[in-house]
Design a protein around this ligand. Structure first.
Ligand code: DGL
Length: 270
């Protein structure tokens, strides 16, 4: 048993979709969340910059004595594959748990993957899917406008701008007949209803934040690191830009009203 917090980070607030699920599956765990809101998006940056940012983000979380680190960010998980080896605590990114769920879900063996440009260029999801099943056809598409749309609140499923962008990006995947689509960036579940309107009811959408939270719970259990408190766990939030408006935006990601305190930190010091 270990009652230290779980550390979760993302380039922004998308990783809160993983926190939402983590709180559902492990309600008594304490969570420390860092959202690098001052440097979002990561997905359009070079691999060396993304690795540098990921090293700083994890260093910050380790200062909070976390017992596990979750990179709730498709971009970091795809590019900073060194983290698993380098960190002194158990670690998971989103790629492997998400691919496992998608490979299990597909029936026609055609899977679409959408993510940031850095994620798609790394082919991380395609390569991981092929390790689970080499017979899969994988269609990859980067969607660089999705993160700005989400961060700026264009999340209504009936918003014509959002719909048009989704139609443009998902075109190839729909045409290929994918029955399963991986939302390879943790921001995307926020527009999953709008995506569903475009791809249709029968297509399975795999939420990377959700699958990763479920997998993290499994790791903690296997390693005997679960929190044995009977109380509901606490969540602490840190960001690298002004925390103004955090509550309302975080509420959308977490799917509930939040009245948490949030602290701004200088991530360049780590
Ligand atoms: N949530 C991040 C991801 O999963 C957003 C990417 C970005 O910052 O560009 O990739």
């Amino acid at each position: 048993m270990n009652n230290a917090p779980i550390g979760v980070f993302d380039s922004g607030l998308g990783g809160l979709t993983a926190v939402k699920e983590l709180r559902r599956v492990l309600p008594n765990e304490n969570i420390v969340y860092f959202g690098d809101t001052g440097r979002v998006p990561y997905g359009t940056r070079s691999n060396s910059t993304i690795r540098k940012y990921a090293a700083q983000d994890t260093k910050f979380l380790l200062k909070h004595n976390v017992k596990m680190i979750i990179a709730a960010c498709g971009t970091v998980s795809s590019v900073a594959s060194n983290l698993k080896r380098d960190l002194p605590v158990p670690y998971t990114g989103v790629v492997s748990p998400t691919c496992f769920a998608a490979a299990k879900a597909t029936e026609n063996k055609i899977i679409g993957v959408i993510g940031t440009t850095a994620t798609i260029n790394s082919h991380s999801y395609r390569d991981m899917l092929n390790t689970f099943d080499s017979g899969l056809t994988v269609i990859e598409q980067d969607c660089p406008l999705f993160v700005p749309l989400v961060e700026n609140g264009f999340i209504d499923k009936n918003d014509p701008v959002t719909r048009l962008v989704i139609e443009r990006y998902l075109d190839k995947i729909i045409e290929a007949g994918a029955d399963t689509v991986i939302l390879g960036c943790t921001h995307y579940p926020i527009i999953s209803e709008a995506i569903r309107e475009v791809v249709g009811r029968d297509v399975r959408l795999i939420d990377s934040g959700r699958e990763t939270a479920i997998y993290a719970a499994k790791i903690l259990k296997e390693k005997g690191l679960l929190n044995d408190s009977k109380e509901t766990g606490s969540s602490e939030f840190f960001v690298s830009d002004t925390p103004e408006g955090f509550e309302s935006v975080a509420g959308v990601f977490l799917g509930e009203n939040v009245s948490h305190t949030v602290e701004q930190i200088n991530i360049e010091l780590y």
